[in-house]
Design a protein around this ligand. Sequence first.
Ligand code: GLN
Length: 470
Amino acid sequence: MFEFSSIEQYHADLKEEKQTCLQAVEYYLSQIHSKRHLNAFIEVYAQEALQRASELDIQRKAAGPTGKLHGVVVGLKDVICYKDHPLSASSNILKGFVSVYSSTAVNKLLSEGAIIIGNLNCDEFAMGSTNENSAYGRVLNALDETKVPGGSSGGSAVAVQAGLCMVSLGSDTGGSVRQPADFCGIIGLKPTYGRVSRYGLIAYASSFDQIGIFGKSVSDIAKTLEVIAGPDQYDSTVSSKTVDDYADFTSSDRKYRVAYFNEAFDHPSLDPEIGVCMKDQIKKLQSEGHIVEPVEFDLLDYIVPAYYVLTTAEASSNLSRFDGVKYGFRTRQKVADLGSVGFGKEVKRRIMLGTFVLSAGYYDAYFTRAQKVRNLLIKKVNLILGNFDFIILPTAPSTAYKSGEMTHDPIAMYLADIYTFMANLIGIPAISVPIFQHKINGMPFGLQVLSAQFNELPLLRFSNQLMQRN
Ligand code: GLN
C-alpha cells in the first residue's frame, strides 16, 4: 500500500525500491475515485499520468532520479495553463477551451520530473472565498463535508487535505491560497509578487495575482517553490533575483523579531477563540526566545475597500477578452448581453464594479484614492518589516463555515478577507501555518506569517519551527 508523508521520504523510498512512481499514481487515482464526491477535481489525466509514471520508473532505474520533483504527483488549479489540457477558470464562458500553451510554472514542474494528475475546481475566475461560485458546483471540505473548503482555490486545498495528490498549485490574488489552506488544516504559501512567473496564469488582477503552493509539510512547499520560482522571459514582472536554496529551511533555530497588531487581534470580526489562540501564541513565541512586540496599525479598515476597488478595476479590463470572439462561449442566437450567458453572478458583479470605479466621473473618487491607500500601506508595512523579521496575523476571522451561510451576503464575505489582502496589496510573501484547532467546533486554523519581499527562506524557516513544536 502506498503511503505519502513527504517528497523527501518518497524519494528515499524510490531510491531503495520500496515504492514506484506507478504505485504512487495508481494510489492517487484510486483515492480521487473514492473521494470524487468532494468535487475537488474537474478532470483527471489518468492515462497520461500512469504513462509518465512508468516512463519515470524506467528512467530512474537506468540513470537514477531525474529531477527535483521526480515522480511528484501535482494538481493544478483550473486557472493555470497546461498545453493540450482543458482550462476554464471554472466558468461556463470557457467550457470546452483547451490550452494552447503551458504556463511557465507547469513547464518548470515538468522539467523537474513532476506528474500532473489533473485540474482542480475553484471559484469562477478565482473570485470568491468559498469555492461555491463554480460552474462545476461546490467543493466539500473533507474534514466536515457540510462546510466550505475556502476559496478561491478550494479544489487545490482539498486535493492536498484529502490526500488526492502530493502538492498542488493555486493562485492567490487576495488570499486564495492561504485562506483555503487555513480552512482545510494544511500549509498555503503565497510567494512575493514577482517570485513566480504569471505567464500562463489566467489573469484576475494582474498587479496582485501570484501562483501559490499547497502542501502538508514545509519541506514539500520549499521543494516546489524552488522549482517554480525564478526569472522568466515571458513575464516582465518576474524578478531576476536568484532563487534561494529554499531546501535549506531546516538549518535554523534562530530567534526572530516578530510584530503583531492589537487592532487585528482585537478586531470585532474575529472569532474570540481565534483571538485567544493568537494572544497565547505571542506568549509562547516569547517564551521560546523570540522578540514579539505590538506595533500600532491604523490602516486595517482601509484594506478591504482598497482591494475591491483596485482588483475589480483590473478584472474589468482583464476579463474584457472573454468577448465571445477571442475566447469562450459562442452562440448563433442573438443575445443582448453575452456576459449574462457565460459569466456567473459574482464575476458580473465585479466587472460592473470595476467599470464603475474606472469611469470618468468616479475615477479620482475611487481608483486614485485606493491607489493612495495602497501606497500608504506599502510604506507603513515596509517600515515595520525594516525593524522586524515577520508580522503575524490570523489568516481568517473564523474557521470554515457552513456551505450557503455567506452566499446571500457578498459584503460579509468580502470583509472576511481582512487579514489576507494586505500581503497582495504590498506584494510581500505570506504563509498560513496550520497550528491551531478550534476548541468549540474542532476545525483547524492557521497562523499567518508575513515577511519582507523575497524573504521566503526565513519565512519557511520560521514556519518550520512552528510546525516542529506542535
Ligand atoms: N477571496 C478573495 C476574492 O474574492 C481572494 C481571491 C483570490 O485570492 N483569488 O477576491
